[in-house]
Design a protein around this ligand. Structure first.
Ligand code: AMP
Ligand code: FE
Ligand code: FE
Ligand code: ZN
Length: 284
């Protein structure tokens, strides 16, 4: 049975609706799926309502975070699982992150439009459909306009931080995020901690401090981490007694990665489930 603890739907920047996502998971031999859209819980209800009988759904979200050391910023993602969606502090943090995504998306569209690239905010906001705006939405708009052949090319040629159109988001301080997720009865897991090809990664001593702050796991098997990255993450998880997880980070057709391309061991999943949480997984 495959356990995929990190996926996205149209509630953020995936292309499967939450209902399609859970049906696709079940049809692909997945037994446990976590629905972890960026900075929102909007996909939870439709995913739970459409849950095929044999599938377990773990509710979660992926929080955009940052950490500053010596005037340098490292952006990172924290997965929060099984937290209370009605917790006020965490809910307002999500709303703030979504506002920051909106501002940043607008500014990136303006930067490209000012340079003569055919992209409009109307297009992007229609694609985001009221949910959190991400660069994949900008990428799809660029595909629609015929600027690039696919979202991957859009990232490579226009949306990367190495291009002048890029605008940095304001994200949540990572220690504040851990505190908020814990405060809402959730489990914090560091997503793709060693994905060096995405940019600078956090130093091991910061990861140790995150563990001390209450983080419980580290994503080891992830498509953006090569064999060396995974070995490093696995060693760090073992040294710090963090639960090693695995996932596809599936985004539908916005990425080429299939669902359950990487997955979590049953023993690691059991360790997560043994911890107290505000919500329990929904399943058979
Ligand atoms: P943002 O959160 O708006 O900064 O955009 C980053 C999102 O785009 C993350 O969810 C990534 O998974 C996704 N992403 C990164 N690189 C690519 C790519 N080459 N093609 C499609 N999506 C990507
Ligand atoms: Fe994404
Ligand atoms: Fe991520
Ligand atoms: Zn993700």
């Amino acid at each position: 049975m495959l356990i995929d603890l990190h996926t996205h739907s149209t509630a953020s920047d995936g292309t499967d609706t939450p209902a399609e996502l859970v049906r696709h998971a079940a049809a692909s031999g997945v037994g446990v799926i976590a629905v972890t859209d960026h900075d929102t819980t909007a996909g939870w209800e439709p995913a739970l309502a459409a849950r095929p009988p044999g599938l377990t759904v773990v509710t979660g979200a992926e929080f955009s975070c940052e950490h500053w050391t010596d005037g340098r910023r490292v952006g990172l993602h924290l997965l929060g699982y099984l937290f209370d969606p009605d917790d006020d502090a965490l809910r307002s943090a999500r709303a703030e992150l979504r506002r920051n995504r909106l501002d940043r998306g607008r500014r990136m569209v303006e930067n490209m439009a000012a340079d003569g690239i055919p992209i409009s905010w109307e297009q992007v906001s229609e694609l985001a459909a009221g949910g959190p705006v991400g660069r994949p939405h900008l990428g799809r708009a660029l595909v629609q306009s015929g600027v690039v052949p696919d979202v991957d090319a859009a990232f490579r040629d226009l949306l990367t931080s190495r291009r002048p159109y890029y605008v940095r988001k304001v994200d949540l301080d990572v220690f504040r995020a851990i505190e908020l997720i814990r405060g809402a009865g959730g489990l914090a897991v560091f997503a793709h901690p060693q994905a060096r090809r995405r940019g600078p990664v956090l130093a091991d001593d910061v990861v140790a401090a995150m563990k001390d702050a209450g983080m419980v796991g580290l994503e080891v098997d992830h498509p953006d981490q090569d064999a060396d990255d995974r070995a490093h993450a696995a060693r760090l998880a073992a040294d710090l007694d963090l639960i090693p997880t695995g996932s596809s980070d599936y985004h539908g057709t916005n990425k080429t990665t299939p669902i359950a391309a990487c997955s979590t061991d049953a023993a690691a999943y059991e360790r997560l489930l043994a911890l107290p949480t505000a919500r329990r997984p929904a399943g058979p």
